[in-house]
Design a protein around this ligand. Structure first.
Ligand code: HEC
Ligand code: HEC
Length: 221
């Protein structure tokens, strides 16, 4: 595995290892590994000064994540998801799933495990406040077909404009290759998120349906 790592991934991991101990010190005094993330998040939401402090911690953390997820969470790699504009509760839940192994990805698992509670919450505050850079559709006819499919099925949970809600992911403007891979792995029950509610909701999609929906969703502002 190690010798097949693309250079950018290897650099990102190296940068992460260099950054992690220094950064973690700042918040570790206050936060312990056993902190309940939801309770801490609620506390932060009710305390603007603390929120501001953790936002700054999150911005520092994000400098490392930027190696893969792009500046401000707008990824420039179609296979790696944007984090910009993502819903806070959804982000926190993914962090929890990477940490406890319900969602598997070797890079993400290691990184998330190395972060303390305040770094995780700061990261969530930072990314949730970033704007997604719009990418107008390049295949307009295909995107129109995808919109028909979206408006029949997906809107029920992800909303008419694809921004989800507290519990449900924003998908508007997401990277196309990530959307394609994720939808196929839900559909085929092949992946690491196989128990998701998304599996019954993608079971009837053909590859062509997925292509059309990806063209539409990735171009939603
Ligand atoms: C080495 C590249 C790399 C780095 C660095 C990286 N990530 Fe990721 N991240 C990924 C990939 C690839 C995925 C998609 C994983 C999958 O679905 O299997 C991902 C997925 C995620 C997700 C889930 C997004 C979603 O839409 O469900 C979150 C949250 C996340 N990363 C947070 C972070 C944070 C926070 C950092 C910095 C501490 C970080 N990542 C650093 C590669 C990286
Ligand atoms: C019944 C509600 C529901 C419907 C209908 C639904 N979704 Fe989802 N979707 C969810 C939930 C909940 C999640 C987060 C689940 C998880 O963690 O696996 C999710 C996750 C996703 C993700 C992963 C987001 C990320 O950042 O990794 C994508 C992509 C997605 N949905 C696309 C779609 C598309 C396209 C449709 C229509 C074909 C659709 N969904 C229909 C509830 C729904």
């Amino acid at each position: 595995m190690a010798q097949r790592l693309p250079v950018f991934l290897a650099l990102a991991v190296a940068a992460f290892l260099a950054w992690q101990p220094a950064l973690a010190q700042t918040a570790r005094a206050r936060a312990t590994a056993s902190v309940d993330l939801d309770a801490r998040f609620k506390q932060v939401q009710g305390d603007p000064k603390l929120a501001d402090e953790l936002f700054k911690v999150g911005r520092k953390v994000a400098a490392v994540c930027a190696n893969c997820h792009g500046d401000g969470g707008n990824s420039t790699r179609p296979s790696i998801p944007n984090l910009a504009g993502q819903n806070p509760a959804y982000l926190l839940e993914q962090v929890r799933q990477f940490a406890d192994g319900r969602r598997r990805n070797e890079f993400m698992e290691g990184m998330i495990r190395a972060m303390n509670a305040d770094e995780k919450i700061g990261m969530v505050l930072f990314y949730a406040s970033q704007e997604v850079t719009p990418k107008p559709a390049t295949h307009v006819a295909l995107a129109r077909k995808g919109q028909e499919y979206y408006d029949k099925t997906c809107f029920r949970c992800h909303g008419n404009v694809g921004r989800g809600n507290d519990q449900i992911a924003r998908i508007a403007g997401q990277q196309d290759e990530y959307l394609r891979t994720t939808l196929k792995s839900y559909r085929d029950g092949a992946g690491v998120r196989a128990n998701s509610i998304m599996t019954p909701n993608t079971r009837n999609m053909s590859d062509a349906d997925i292509e059309a929906v990806v063209a539409y969703v990735s171009s939603m502002p």
